[in-house]
Write a protein that binds this ligand. Structure first.
Ligand SMILES: [Zn+2]
Length: 260
């Protein structure tokens, strides 16, 4: 996810290393946030919680590496930062051109889909994960496939500042010119509200009689309390950005006179 999200401050507890030539910095909140997200796994044993954190680490790193490799392809180096609930690939140079920006945004989710395909394909070929031999290895397999698939799809929704939201902004800018930013923020707000409504519906339906609509769906397609809270926050953020952009448009009209 480029820009909008702020880069977290450096701390003495940061883990630093290089991956594919890119400097990677892991903020301590990454470990805390990932462990909180998987805290219910402690019931199954601490090794499952550790496996979950490792899955989040690999998946987020691969996603950001996808962005970073695309940046490099277009002549910019990039620094990778992993933080609680999100990662950043921060370019050292601005990359211009809508097409390039769209490719950079898509490179993250598609790197995740590639990892998902690799894990799934290798399992189909050699069957390295077998729940009868090791439930833990099976759990790693299942989580890697699920996380990379579901997060990739969620990230492609046209919601700000997710990757799909960045693509939507570029496309709206292409077709609607200066009004594109506001249009993309409206799409972002509407789409985020829909995800919140869908997630609340799923949570109520699964907790209710259990014979409802959600029984027909695969578990990965279900909204959760987490997606409801996350997209509620993103809807609020888009709403605020819309208000701010209305104010800015009113006070600093940078359109050429004949467009006013
Ligand atoms: Zn991304």
């Amino acid at each position: 996810m480029p820009n909008v999200l702020v880069e977290p401050e450096r701390t003495p507890y940061d883990l630093r290393f290089r991956a594919l030539g890119f400097p990677v910095r892991v903020h301590p909140w990454f470990w805390i946030g990932s462990a909180l997200m998987g805290s219910q796994l402690l019931q199954a044993g601490p090794e499952f919680l550790l496996a979950w954190v490792a899955v989040v680490f690999v998946s987020l790193l691969v996603h950001e590496l996808g962005h970073a490799v695309a940046f490099r392809r277009f002549g910019s180096h990039a620094d990778i930062v992993l933080y609680a609930f999100y990662g950043l690939a921060i370019p050292t140079h601005e990359v211009s051109g809508r097409g390039r920006k769209i490719i950079i945004s898509l490179a993250g989710p598609f790197a995740g889909f590639a990892l998902c395909g690799l894990v799934y394909g290798s399992q189909e070929l050699i069957g390295w994960a077998d729940p009868r031999r090791s439930v833990l290895v099976w759990y790693v397999y299942f989580s890697l496939v699920r996380v990379n698939l579901v997060w990739g799809v969620l990230n492609l929704l046209p919601v700000f500042p997710l990757d799909g939201g960045q693509v939507c902004r570029e496309l709206c800018g292409q077709f609607s010119g200066p009004r594109g930013k506001r249009i993309s923020l409206k799409i972002s707000f509407g789409c985020a509200i829909l995800v919140v409504a869908y997630s609340i519906f799923c949570v109520m339906d699964t907790r209710g009689a259990g014979a409802g609509f959600t029984n027909q769906l695969p578990s990965w397609a279900l909204g959760t309390v987490f997606t409801a809270i996350l997209f509620g926050f993103l809807a609020y953020q888009s709403y605020q950005l819309l208000g701010r952009s209305a104010w800015e448009d009113h006070h600093w009209d940078d359109r050429v006179p004949w467009e006013r």
